[in-house]
Ligand binder design. Structure first.
Ligand code: 5RP
Length: 234
């Protein structure tokens, strides 16, 4: 990985081009973390779309990957990466994924692509979970929407328990769960995460606690900054 910048300052990313460049920079830096023979969790989204060709280009030997969505699986397979199920791989050496928001404590909001349940399972199976984001994903405070995956049975009852929340118009997860968004305040993420998790009918929410993440790679036009997440060092 290129030498990281150590300041917390970032150039403002205005416009799609700059945001895409930030995502690409973070993804390319994270691809350098992989080594021959690793078992790798692949996230979902446009930042991961930059990661997959960067991994393939390294031509590592014996890489074994699990994908968090059908889109990632197809893109990875087309690039010649070996995709297996998480149960075949068991423990992962590393998982790399994007995020929608990152707060100063390392809390994440994920699930913009509706794959956060698989993404959380894969992140928690990895010895090292690496988050790759463009700099505009850094926020002073988390804000709604927080993605939710809900069981279809009794979904209106579940939504009333999670209020304010609404279904995301027919969007389903890779595993058939209904994707919804929690729209209320996110002042205390840990308390909100506990409340969401305790609601019957909720499959998973998109709040990822800091202790899940080992490293956050932030890209912008100046390069990348690498921050420690809240996971204990290996
Ligand atoms: C998908 C996710 C994505 O990682 C998140 O939405 C970020 O997406 P992108 O890289 O396209 O900005 O959580 O469920």
């Amino acid at each position: 990985m290129a030498a990281p910048r150590t300041t917390g300052r970032h150039a403002p990313l205005n416009g799609e081009g700059a945001i895409a460049r930030g995502k690409r920079a973070a993804a390319l830096a994270a691809a350098e973390l992989l080594q021959d023979g690793m078992r790798v969790g692949l996230g979902t989204g446009s930042t991961v779309a930059f990661l997959l060709p960067a991994i393939a280009a390294r031509q590592l030997r014996g890489l074994r990957c699990v994908a968090t969505s059908p889109q990632t699986a197809s893109a990875a397979l087309a690039l010649g990466l070996a995709i297996e199920s998480l149960d075949e791989l068991g423990e992962l050496d590393i998982a790399i994924d994007g995020a929608d928001q990152v707060d100063p404590e390392g809390w994440l909001v994920k699930g913009g692509g509706g794959a956060h349940t698989r993404e959380k399972i894969v992140a928690s199976a990895a010895a090292s979970f690496v988050v790759i984001v463009s700099a505009e994903k850094l926020v002073a405070r988390l804000a709604p929407p927080v993605p939710l995956e809900l069981l279809a049975f009794g979904v209106q009852r579940t939504l009333s328990q999670l209020a304010p929340a609404r279904l995301r118009g027919g969007v389903v997860s890779p595993d058939g769960g209904l994707i919804a968004d929690y729209l209320g305040p996110v002042e205390q993420p840990r308390e909100l995460a506990a409340r969401l998790s305790a609601t019957p009918g909720l499959i998973e929410h998109g709040l990822f606690a800091p202790e899940l993440t080992r490293t956050i790679v932030i890209g912008d036009d100046d390069g990348v900054e690498v921050r420690a997440g809240g996971a204990p060092a290996a």
